[in-house]
Design a protein. Structure first.
Length: 101
């Protein structure tokens, strides 16, 4: 499995229901929501494959960025509930970062 960071911008004013399929797709993956529009995902897909799968649930003017996580170095604060446990379970043991529990 490869670890990815997934970030998106939902451009312009659209009905929140327009994105329920996107959120359901993210929830259906081995993933954790870190911030409002930022997720960590563990997947066998390539970055391009993951991009294409998620972009299918977005509008053409919305932005989507996916990058492989190749290091355990990280820092953060006020992450959403469950994100620390997900990181502990998925990131390599050698890491220098922290997110308060």
């Amino acid at each position: 499995m490869t670890l990815y960071i997934v970030a998106y911008d939902l451009v312009n004013d659209k009905d929140e229901q327009d994105y329920q399929e996107l959120w359901d797709a993210l929830d259906g993956l081995d993933s954790v929501k870190i911030q409002l529009s930022l997720w960590f995902v563990s997947s066998d897909l390539s970055a391009t494959g993951l991009h294409d799968q998620l972009k299918a649930h977005m509008h053409s003017d919305d932005r989507l960025f996916i990058s492989e996580i190749v290091s355990g170095g990280f820092a953060g604060s006020q992450a959403m509930q469950g994100s620390r446990a997900w990181l502990d379970a998925h990131l390599p043991r050698k890491r220098s970062g922290s997110i308060p529990a």
